[in-house]
Design a protein. Sequence first.
Length: 104
Amino acid sequence: MAAKLKKGDKVVVIAGKDKGQEGEILKVLPAENRALVSGVNMVVRHVRQSAQNEGGRIRQEATIELSNLAYLDPKEGGPTRVGFKEVDGKKVRYAKKSGEIIDA
């Protein structure tokens, strides 16, 4: 099945502790059905000191379930579902709320 959300997409969190936050997808893990979104689902990692880093407590993003994310509509500005249709013999994604084509 084709991916509805891809790396680089602007998304909004629709469920969970970060509901309403917006960010860009940094990485998608399709096998785990999760994605890494910039600035969303921040956690504290305790890192041991080494030659490369100074160690201590580091805040970083953790993965979030894909079902808790919705594509951010470029025209309307809110969350929208993503659909597929053929344009000039090519399968493209589009925002269902506004009809705007995502993949150009």
